[in-house]
Design a protein around this ligand. Structure first.
Ligand SMILES: Nc1ncnc2c1ncn2[C@@H]1O[C@H](COP(=O)(O)OP(=O)(O)OP(=O)(O)O)[C@@H](O)[C@H]1O
Ligand SMILES: [Mg+2]
Length: 162
C-alpha cells in the first residue's frame, strides 16, 4: 500500500515498458484492454497472464475514469477532459508492473462489509487477490498513481499467445 508523495517512479529492473495516455471517458477501459492485449502479445505472455493483466488494467482504469472522468455530452463543457496515464513494465522479477495515474487525490480503498448481494464495490478486492502487491502514491505534480504488480508467465509456444 502507500499514500506518500513522490516523483513518478520508474520501475526498477524493467526489461521493457509500454505506455499510453487515455482521455478519461467511457471508452477508455476498453482501449486499455486492447492495449494490454497488444502488449501481452509483444511480451509473449501466456493467455492466463494476458487475461489477468486485462482485468487489472481495466479495473484500475475504470476507477480512474469514475474518479476523474466526464460523461460524454453534446455541446460545450465547462471542464476540460482529464487524461489518464497507463504505464506497463515487464520486470526481470517475472512481474508486470501496471500503473494508472489520474488527477484525483482521493484514496483508493478496498470496501469492507459489503452486502452479499451488492452489485459493485469489489474491484480493488479482486485486484488485490490477483496481484503480488498493489498500492498507490501521490505525485509531486499533484496527481495520483495506483499500481499493481502481477505475475508474468511467458507463453509456452508462440501459438499460445492470443
Ligand atoms: N483511482 C481512484 N481515485 C479515487 N478513488 C478511488 C480510485 N480507485 C478506487 N477509489 C475508491 O475506492 C473505492 C473502492 O474501489 P473498487 O474498485 O473496489 O470499487 P468500485 O469502483 O466502487 O466498484 P466496482 O469496482 O465494483 O465498480 C471506490 O469506490 C472509490 O471510492
Ligand atoms: Mg472499481
Amino acid at each position: 500500500m502507500g499514500g506518500q508523495v513522490a516523483a513518478v517512479r520508474e520501475p526498477t529492473g524493467a526489461i521493457d515498458t509500454n505506455r499510453m495516455d487515455l482521455a478519461a471517458v467511457g471508452t477508455a477501459a476498453k482501449l486499455a484492454r486492447v492495449f494490454a492485449k497488444h502488449t501481452a502479445k509483444k511480451w509473449q505472455l501466456s493467455t492466463a497472464t494476458c487475461e489477468m493483466a486485462e482485468f487489472v488494467i481495466s479495473e484500475l482504469c475504470g476507477n480512474a475514469i469514475k474518479a476523474t472522468g466526464t460523461i460524454a455530452t453534446v455541446g460545450p463543457r465547462d471542464e476540460p477532459t482529464q487524461i489518464i496515464n497507463l504505464r506497463l513494465a515487464l520486470l526481470k522479477t517475472r512481474s508486470i508492473m501496471i500503473e494508472v495515474e489520474d488527477a484525483d487525490l482521493a484514496t483508493p480503498k478496498i470496501q469492507d462489509g459489503l452486502e452479499e448481494l451488492a452489485e459493485g464495490g469489489r474491484g480493488l478486492f479482486i485486484v488485490q487477490a490477483l496481484s503480488k502487491q498493489w498500492g498507490f502514491y501521490h505525485t509531486v505534480n499533484g496527481r495520483k498513481v495506483v499500481w499493481a504488480e502481477i505475475e508474468a508467465i511467458r507463453a509456452n509456444s508462440p501459438g499460445e499467445v492470443r
